[in-house]
Design a protein around this ligand. Structure first.
Ligand code: M6R
Length: 366
């Protein structure tokens, strides 16, 4: 049932090129310049009239929501707010009839997300679900939605659910951008083409497995770890840190790289591994200066870079090379080596990778 893999988590990491394809199949028609998702088409007016989009989720799904905030605002120019479902439901939030709420959940059973959806519905919002489990409570409770088609995710640490959620949300952003005319025609077509080849790039990123294992050997005994990224890769830093802490029990924090100097930089010494996501596209020069700041304080730098990178290679202790993508689509690729790194660290530490202590696959109690 694990298809020859030692753990479900590794199997699910490796399935990503295929499940991303399953997610966009029949929806993304790059050559014709069309994105078609029934749940979005049927409610396109609601999306286009929305004064704001509220995204609610927990854990990894919340991280996918943060990526969606960046991509929807950039492509479709609709204001987006992302909230933890548990906070949203208890703070008497302002919800307007013209708000569109997007609830993201792999299992479709998360108690706080479900309660937040009910509240948003009571207050008249249109609620759209992005779920993986077909027929789940959240998929039934929402007005409309789009499934991620990742297939069953057994490992408690979410991997393929995350990348397929981002795929769906990016397609929504592109579809809305097309309707609103907020992206130029050439950019729209370019993103469609790029999204279509993402599975190949994810496949290439999976080839960093040996490198990730080699780095894992060096850092398996660390007691802390920082993850830094900027822009689209800030949520990836949060996700990388969550992955490490939940399966290896190493304390890890994700930060926007520029926030370092507002506190966490005090933690840096020669014992501290710092994982920096530094692809060529995006805020490369800014991230390079953040890397210099860590280096001058003797932190150990593990950098995820674009193939052929020279500048970061000179500074970092270890580099993991991934193929180039545009900034907005990069989380789909940069997240892969971070999943592999935490997987190998957890295995080397003898942890129960698929069923980490104290955690359940779906959190059905608040
Ligand atoms: O099923 P959901 O997407 O609603 O679950 C949300 C979180 O419980 C989940 O993402 C959790 O954080 C994962 N264990 C992270 O790997």
């Amino acid at each position: 049932e694990k298809g020859g893999y030692d753990h479900f988590m590794l199997k699910e990491i490796c399935e990503q090129p295929n499940v991303i394809k399953d997610t966009y199949r029949g929806r993304l028609h790059a050559n014709q310049g069309i994105i078609q998702m029934a749940g979005v088409e049927d409610n396109i007016e609601k999306f286009l009239n929305a004064e704001r989009i509220l995204i609610i989720a927990c854990g990894t799904s919340w991280h996918a929501g943060l990526v969606a905030e960046y991509v929807i605002e950039e492509f479709a120019r609709i204001p987006v707010e992302v909230e933890y479902a548990s906070e949203f439901r208890y703070r008497n939030p302002i919800i307007n009839k013209k708000d569109v709420v997007i609830a993201i959940s792999q299992s479709g059973e998360t108690a706080d997300t479900l309660a937040a959806i009910k509240l948003a519905k009571e207050r008249g919002a249109f609620v759209f679900g992005v779920c993986n489990v077909v027929g789940s409570s959240i998929s039934r409770e929402t007005h409309a939605g789009a499934y991620t088609h990742a297939g069953p995710e057994i490992g408690v640490a979410s991997t393929k659910a995350f990348t397929t959620q981002i795929t769906v949300l990016t397609m929504i952003a592109l579809r809305l951008a097309k309707a609103k005319g907020t992206l130029s025609n050439s950019d729209f077509h370019r993103y469609l083409q790029e999204l279509e080849v993402i599975p190949e790039k994810v496949l290439e990123a999976l080839q960093t497995n040996d490198k990730a294992k080699e780095i894992a050997e060096k850092f398996k005994d660390a007691s802390n770890c920082l993850y830094l990224g900027r822009g689209y890769n800030f949520p990836v830093a949060l996700e990388g840190a969550l992955k490490l802490k939940e399966i290896s029990y190493i304390h890890a924090e994700g930060y926007p790289a520029a926030e370092m100097k507002h506190g966490p930089i005090a933690l840096i010494d020669e014992q501290m591994p710092v994982v920096v996501i530094a692809p060529k596209q995006g805020h490369y020069d800014k991230v390079v200066s953040n890397i210099q700041e860590i280096k001058s304080r003797s932190g150990k730098i593990i950098a995820v870079v674009t193939k052929g990178d020279k500048q970061v290679k000179e500074l970092a202790d270890h580099v993991i090379e991934i193929p180039e993508t545009s900034d907005a689509l990069s989380p789909l690729v940069t997240t892969i080596p971070l999943q592999l790194l935490s997987y190998h660290i957890a295995v080397l530490r003898g942890c129960n990778v698929d069923q980490p202590r104290n955690l359940a696959k779906s959190v059905t109690v608040e």
